[in-house]
Design a protein around this ligand. Sequence first.
Ligand code: MLT
Length: 235
Amino acid sequence: MRTIDVCLSPDMMHLYPVVDHAVVVVDILRATSCMTTAFAYGIDTIAPFAKLEHCLAMKVNGFYTAGERDGKKVDGFDLGNSPFEYQDPKLKGAKIAFTTTNGTQAIVKSLGASEIIIGSFLNLTAVANHLKTLPQNILVVCAGWKGKFNLEDTLFAGALVEKLKGEVNPACDAPLAAQALYNQAKSNMVGFLSNSSHVKRLAKLNIHKDITFCLTEDTYSVVPVLRDNVLRKIN
Ligand code: MLT
C-alpha cells in the first residue's frame, strides 16, 4: 500500500525526500486558499516565487504581481493575499506572479517532486480524489510560519489522512498526530484555532472574514498542479 507522510514545517524538508513523491503543499492562511480560489475563478496561471524581486520582474511579461510579507500586501504589487481579491471577473484568464512569506517558499522547497499539488480546505475532496488516481507515495508539506509549526496546515494534513484512510498507510507519527488533531477540531475549526498564532496575527490586521472562508471545506473542485514551474488547474 502507498504511504502518506506529513512534513510539519519546510525547515524539516531535509528529513523528507520529495523525489518520486506526490507532494501536497498547504498554507491554509492564506496562500494556497488564495491560489485555489483564483483557479476556481478562471485565472489561467500562477507562477510561484520565493523572492520578491523575482516576482516583480514578471510584470514586464504581462503577469499581475501578487502576495504579501508578514500578512500585508507588498507595496507596488497589484494584489495581496486575501482569497476575496481573486473572486474578480476581470482576472479571468490572467497570469499571476505570486510570492508569500511561507506558502510560495514551501512550493519552491518541494521542487523535484514528481507532482506538486496545491491543497486547501476549499478543495480538500478534489485533492483527495486526485491523489487516489496517482501511483506515488504522498507527502503533505505544511508551510507553517517562518519555519515554525502551525495548527491550521496540520489540520488540513490530518483531513487528508482521514479522507485517504484505507487507501494509504501513515508513514510515521506525524500523519497520525495530524489526523487525531483534525478529528478533534473538525466540528468547530474556527473555535479550535481561535488562539492560534496566525489567526491572532491576521486578527491584528483586521482580517477576520478570510479565516472563516479559508476553513470552509469543499467550496471548489479545482486541483492546481505545478508543471514547468507554473501552476495550472488540471480539472
Ligand atoms: C504565507 O504565505 O505566509 C501566508 O499566506 C501569510 C498570509 O496570511 O498572508
